[in-house]
Design a protein around this ligand. Structure first.
Ligand code: RTP
Ligand code: MG
Length: 155
C-alpha cells in the first residue's frame, strides 16, 4: 500500500524530511479588509496533505498582541504593528501537515512584500512591509507558543 512517504522522490524521503507538524497562521486585518481570505485559504488547502484544524475570525486585544509579538517589543515598528493588527478582525488558524511550518513560511514569502517573489502570498498581493497579509509561525517552538495563545484548548 502507498504511504505518503513513498509518493515523494527518494532523495527527499531518504533524508527523513517529512515530519508532521502544526503551525499558527493569522490572516492579518489587511487580508480580511481586502477580501483576500478565501484566496489565501485556498492556496493552503491546495497543498496536498495539509489540513486546517482550527479557524476563527476575531479581533485581537492588546494583551493577545503583546503576547504574540512580544519578541518585537521596543523595536520602532512594534507600536504601529500592534495598532495595525488590532485595526480589524483577523482569521486565526491552526494548519497541520508534513513540514507545514517551513511550507507556510514559503507560501507567505519574505517579510517585505516587494522583495517577496511573485507566486508567494506577500509577493502577489502586498506592497507595505507592515501590511503583509499573513503571519505564520517561524519554528516549532514559536508554533507551540502561538497555538497556546490563540487556541488554548488545543495546546
Ligand atoms: P510575522 O511574524 O508577522 O509572520 O512576520 P515575519 O516573521 O516575516 O516578520 P517579523 O520580523 O517577525 O515582523 C513581524 C511583523 O512586523 C511587521 N514589520 N514591520 N520595518 C517595519 O516596518 C516592519 N518590520 C516588520 C510586519 O507586519 C511583520 O510581518
Ligand atoms: Mg515573525
Amino acid at each position: 500500500m502507498d504511504t505518503p512517504c513513498n509518493l515523494v522522490p527518494p532523495h527527499i524521503a531518504d533524508k527523513e524530511h517529512l515530519v508532521s507538524q502544526r503551525t499558527l497562521v493569522l490572516l492579518k486585518p489587511d487580508a480580511v479588509r481586502r477580501g483576500l481570505t478565501g484566496e489565501i485559504i485556498s492556496r493552503i488547502e491546495r497543498k496536498a496533505g495539509w489540513q486546517i484544524t482550527a479557524l476563527e475570525l476575531r479581533t485581537l486585544d492588546q494583551d493577545t498582541l503583546e503576547q504574540h509579538y512580544g519578541e518585537h517589543k521596543g523595536k520602532p515598528f512594534y507600536e504601529p504593528l500592534v495598532e495595525f493588527m488590532a485595526s480589524g478582525p483577523v482569521v486565526a488558524m491552526i494548519v497541520e501537515g508534513e513540514r507545514v511550518i517551513e511550507g507556510l513560511r514559503a507560501l507567505a514569502g519574505p517579510t517585505d512584500p516587494i522583495a517577496a517573489a511573485p507566486g508567494s502570498i506577500r509577493g502577489d498581493y502586498g506592497v507595505i512591509v507592515r501590511e503583509n497579509l499573513i503571519h505564520a509561525s517561524d519554528s516549532e517552538e514559536s508554533a507551540e507558543r502561538e497555538v497556546k495563545i490563540f487556541f488554548p484548548g488545543r495546546a
